[in-house]
Design a protein around this ligand. Structure first.
Ligand SMILES: C[S@@+](CC[C@H](N)C(=O)[O-])C[C@H]1O[C@@H](n2cnc3c(N)ncnc32)[C@H](O)[C@@H]1O
Length: 286
């Protein structure tokens, strides 16, 4: 019997760093799409709104009652991070590799403060694998997802970072694309296999899906930075978290999506496959 493990696909650290740096360049391009949304995010947060997905709200419960500090890994320009404050979290720290995303988040907070709405938020620009040690054991919640794990090329190192950032008894939560979705073309009206495998799959790309950023950046696709994505199976994600000492409290597979990944899929094909998965895991309190 074959049980493919993350060890099959372990990469040298230099290659992991090179891929992540290439992704940093790609996301510095992609983040320009979010720069145009800063004023909208300011208005959204000032109005007390939250971008949390209903599945996240259900899995996390009443954040105000247990979460003083949340660290948002791969926080992009911070709209979801700041939404956590509107959900009742006391303090948030957003971590992202993209200089432009972190700059957007800082500008958003500056603007909020100017408008008399200061927020308890800090931002760190770094590779998630290099999250600073001053954040160790500081988080009641390490929150991430919605297009996050595919950019990380060492899931075991990643899970170790999650474990060190959490306080004893703290919770990790991810809601992300189900690895099955990566097997199919995005644009057809039915599920059409791309011919890629489920196990150990990684790929490079330039450009962005039509229903996400599309060609709104105005940079010819061939001139855009090359991005590296890695599809982690559920087994790899769960085993990495267990290996880092976290206890899995909940694993969900959901027909709901958080973005319009398959825009042309006929209604009768929707709901047949999981679009997302979610995990709530806890660090031992001892
Ligand atoms: C699809 S976005 C996640 C969006 C997020 N759910 C939100 O809107 O708040 C993926 C993010 O991962 C970040 N990222 C990619 N690789 C990273 C790495 N190695 N370390 C930290 N952040 C990374 C990108 O800069 C980007 O902001």
């Amino acid at each position: 019997m074959t049980d493919k493990t993350p060890m099959d696909a372990a990469l040298p650290e230099s290659e992991i760093q090179a891929r992540h740096e290439s992704n940093r360049a790609g996301w510095n391009e992609g983040a320009r799409h979010y720069t145009a949304q800063i004023e909208a995010t300011v208005a959204f947060i000032r109005a007390g709104k939250s971008n949390l997905h209903p599945l996240e709200r259900r899995n996390l419960g009443d954040l105000a009652s247990w979460c003083q500090t949340a660290i948002h890994l791969q926080c992009a320009s911070g709209r979801d991070t700041l939404s956590l404050l509107n959900e009742g979290v006391g303090r948030v720290v957003g971590v992202d590799i993209s200089d432009v995303h972190i700059d957007n988040a800082r500008q958003t907070c500056k603007r909020l403060a100017e408008l008399g709405h200061p927020v308890n938020a800090a931002w760190v620009r770094c590779d998630v694998l290099d999250a600073p040690h001053e954040l160790d054991a500081s988080a009641d919640l390490v929150y991430t997802g919605r297009g996050a794990l595919c950019w990380i090329h060492d899931i075991q190192h990643y899970a170790g970072v999650v474990a060190r950032l959490l306080k004893p008894g703290g919770v990790y939560h991810v809601l992300d694309d189900h690895p099955l979705t990566n097997l199919f073309e995005l644009e057809p009206e039915t599920f059409v296999l791309r011919g890629t495998g489920y196990f150990g799959h990684w790929e490079t790309s330039r450009g962005w899906p039509s229903t996400y950023i599309g060609d709104s950046l105005g940079i010819p696709v061939e001139q855009q930075a090359e991005k590296y994505e890695r599809v982690w199976t559920l087994m790899e994600v769960v085993n990495a978290l267990i290996g880092a000492g976290l206890a899995i409290e909940y694993l969900g597979e959901h027909p709901e999506h958080y973005w319009n990944a398959f825009p042309n899929l006929k209604p009768e094909w929707r709901g047949l496959l999981p679009m997302t998965f979610s995990i709530r895991a806890r660090k031992n309190s001892a």
